[in-house]
Every structure is written in structure tokens, then in C-alpha cells.
Design a protein around this ligand. Sequence first.
Ligand code: GDP
Length: 197
Amino acid sequence: MLIRDARFLTSNTRVDLCPPPDRPEYAFIGRSNVGKSSLINMLTSRAGLAKTSASPGKTQLINHFLVNEQWYLVDLPGYGYAKVSKTARAEWQKMLNAYLQRRENLACVCVLLDSRLPPQASDLEFMENLGEMGVPFVMVFTKTDKQSAAQTRTLLAAYLAKMAESWDELPQYFVTSATTKAGRDELLGFIDGVNQQ
Ligand code: GDP
């Protein structure tokens, strides 16, 4: 997919204030520092489109971008901030669940996972929740340029083995790097394919 245009639309805390659900939507989420902003900027070829994540404790927003006038890209706040208060975390959880359950044009959630780490409880739990809610998702492994291809393969195999313990069918996954642009064509091709359906 050629990215002709990508622009910021809105930031808000409520699903009912999101843009009209008139186009397919792809939401990006992951633990803080997973490389979400870098991946969004790499996919859209717009440096600085997604800002590096807000510091813990700041208002957590649902950020909408419009790509090629055709689909929405949504930057969801990262989860797994150790320092966020319980109240703020509960508030964010409520907003996120409302978004995931009620956003009718949500085509797919891209769950970002650091390719260098073993499976993290918060990520596994988040994907479990998506499964329970029936929300389609794919796994996007990030920062693969930071290690050898062999290391990525080993960690990926371990990740898939862990997923196979609780999933009958493994979700589709992408292996990416914001630095080398690895996985860009594949992920954009996937989005293109879903958009055509
Ligand atoms: P976010 O908090 O998930 O939005 O993560 P950022 O996109 O801000 O990235 C966190 C840090 O990881 C920054 O220092 C980025 O430069 C770095 N980073 C993100 N993606 C990559 C990548 O693919 N390769 C490398 N080498 N560094 C990355």
C-alpha cells in the first residue's frame, strides 16, 4: 500500500467522541516503550506523526489518524505503566474496554510486543481479553534490528509456543523494525487485504 496521506484527526477520552465509524479502523497498543510511536511513524512514513508516549500519569487519550482518506489508524495509550495510580489505571481500563467493545468499525487491534522479551503477563492477559471480547487482533513484534535474526527466531518460537498453550489457533503475527522498516510491506499489505474485504 502506498501511503499518500496520513494526518492527525482527534484525541479524546471517550468512544462516543471518536470520528464517525465510517471507515475501517486499526488500533495500535502495547506496553509503554514498546516502540509504538516509532512503528506508526514508520508505517505512515511521517516522522513525528505519533508523538513519543505521554509520560505516566498524563491524560490517556484515544488518538485518531486518517490514512489515505480510507482507513483510521488509532494510537491507544500504552499499558503497563508501573507508576500510574490505581485510580488512573482503572479509569484507563474502563475507557479502553468501552472503546474495544463499542467501536463498531474496529477491524483489527495490532498488539505490539518487544521481540527481545519473553512473553509478558500483561500482554498475554490483554490478548486473552481481546479473545474473550471477540476482537480480532494480530501480534506485531518490534525492534528486531536490536538483535540477530537467530535471536529473534528463538524468542518468536518461544512466544508462539506460549500462545499455543491457551489458543487453539495462533493469531497472525508480523516481525518489524522501525529502524530498518522490516515488516512494513507485510503489515500494510495485511491492512490493505482487510480493507478490501
Ligand atoms: P512507545 O513508548 O511505545 O511509543 O515507544 P517509542 O516509539 O517512543 O520507542 C521507545 C524507544 O525505543 C525510543 O528510544 C525509540 O527510538 C526506540 N525504538 C522504537 N522502535 C525501534 C526499533 O524498531 N529499533 C530500534 N533500534 N529502536 C527502536
